[in-house]
Design a binder for this molecule. Structure first.
Ligand SMILES: C[S@@+](CC[C@H](N)C(=O)[O-])C[C@H]1O[C@@H](n2cnc3c(N)ncnc32)[C@H](O)[C@@H]1O
Length: 233
């Protein structure tokens, strides 16, 4: 199994998910780049977003993904997250029908009730992918879709960079980061019964270098990946 520690080029102190996002919450939306996830979601061919009646948003955070989905015509979105401070921001945003504080592996949401299960920028925090694909399978209706988007494992390894934020006092702090290879996603999704409907990889391009000039050295490297899975009807 690939360990992030073998690639860590930063050596930042590392905290668990709840501790990290509780501290990052105030600056989260100013620092996360839409290019990492929303731009990739925009390129997907398969989900007809406007025909989704009900979506479950696993690791919904402050509601960025939920807002994007609603903007694309998704009628209703339920959100689940481990970090109460992130959920409080999502609650104020008001884009979700229901918000649940829970681990995404055991959401308590109704089974077979969702046209779409989505999880954005979350998988690198999970020690194992199986529980995510398993809970998504339980939540999806027959014929439903599961869309995962996140950091590309190649990028985490090449940059040696964990998910991290800067504290109010200027310290860089990492949040527990795991590397899941593309093959790990395929194995975990297929094991639960999902059929792969689409996959996209985004690379560091001109737009990325304009956002982050220091990433010139990563030009052309895959930076994010999206998987679209279908549950047979
Ligand atoms: C980078 S944020 C992404 C939030 C949102 N999806 C977005 O794209 O802006 C990661 C979120 O995943 C949540 N998270 C991480 N592991 C989780 C788990 N096992 N169960 C539920 N939420 C989790 C964190 O609390 C955090 O809010």
């Amino acid at each position: 199994m690939v360990q992030f520690a073998d690639f860590d080029a930063r050596g930042y102190p590392m905290v668990d998910v709840r501790t990290g996002y509780a501290q990052w919450v105030d600056s989260y939306e100013q620092t996360v780049e839409d290019a990492m996830d929303l731009a990739v979601l925009s390129q997907l061919a398969v989900p007809a977003w406007g025909s989704v009646s009900r979506a479950a948003d696993l690791g919904c955070g402050t509601g960025r993904t939920g807002s994007w989905l609603r903007g694309r015509g998704v009628a209703a979105v339920d959100g689940v997250d481990l970090t109460p401070e992130m959920l409080a921001v999502a609650r104020a945003k008001g884009v979700h029908d229901q918000l649940v504080e829970a681990d995404l592996s055991a959401t308590g949401l109704p089974g077979g009730a969702y046209d779409l299960v989505v999880s954005s920028l979350v998988d690198e925090h999970l020690p194992e992918l199986g529980p995510l694909y398993r809970e998504a399978w339980r939540l999806a209706r027959p014929g439903g879709l599961c869309v995962l988007v996140g950091l590309h494992p190649h990028f985490i390894m090449t940059a040696g960079m964990p998910t991290h934020f800067t504290t109010a006092t200027g310290e860089s702090v990492a949040i527990t980061t795991h590397v899941h290879l593309v093959g790990d996603h395929l194995t975990a999704g297929l094991a639960e019964g999902w059929q792969l409907a689409e996959m996209r990889e985004a690379v560091v391009d001109d737009a990325w270098v304009a956002l982050k000039p220091k990433w010139e050295r990563f030009r052309g490297h895959p930076v994010s990946a999206a998987y679209v899975w279908r549950k047979a009807a």
